[in-house]
Ligand binder design. Sequence first.
Ligand code: GSH
Length: 219
Amino acid sequence: MKLYHTPISPNSRRVWVALLEKKLDFELIEIHLDGDHLEPEFVAINPFHRIPVLVDDDFTVVESLAILDYLEAKYPEPAMLPKEPKDLAVVRMVEMVTVNELIPGIYPLSSEKMGWGTPEPEKIAEAKEKVHTVLTFFEGLLDDRPFFGSNDLTLAECVAGTVVPWMAWVGVPLDGYPKIQAWCDRLMSRPSWQETQVTEADLLAFATRRKKFMEKGNR
Ligand SMILES: N[C@@H](CCC(=O)N[C@@H](CS)C(=O)NCC(=O)O)C(=O)O
């Protein structure tokens, strides 16, 4: 299998972590998002020119959540989706709230950190409020088990666990969310998180490259 990815991207890191957790053989192909994603060779693989993309022999999957489902169905061990209805719902809620609420919600905070703009103070306050709403919701979903809806790691961790630990970096420390903090510490101790972790310097280097690319009128 080949995973087209960008190391600093949470959208692709969630797949990278799942591949490692499932102990699968795969090749990483780095896309820099500095124009290489618009080259005809890559657009032929993903017409939406986004990473991640998984290519498994002659089958191509785009959209990270579809890739995670594909991996789970094709390689069911270790199981990363619970069977019990409420637990499954918790895992799916965490996945979807992360991609639909948290990631778009933090954009003013992350773009400021990346040096891509200076959002209005109201936008910053609004974004922080949004993060607090998500964190409060997640804190309430964690029970006395170590992971969301499960005693074992699930796709909820692959998705939320590659975003939530960055909240302090964007200006929302996890103080006041003891279960989430302990959950993050648990994830950070895993080889799959350590192997895929990027540094702040990596992020800032990417931000500079990407800014130059966007300044040329690209997106
Ligand atoms: N919904 C997609 C989002 C993927 C996405 O937006 N990836 C970004 C990097 S984080 C990208 O490839 N952007 C390049 C572009 O939009 O041209 C997924 O979950 O896979």
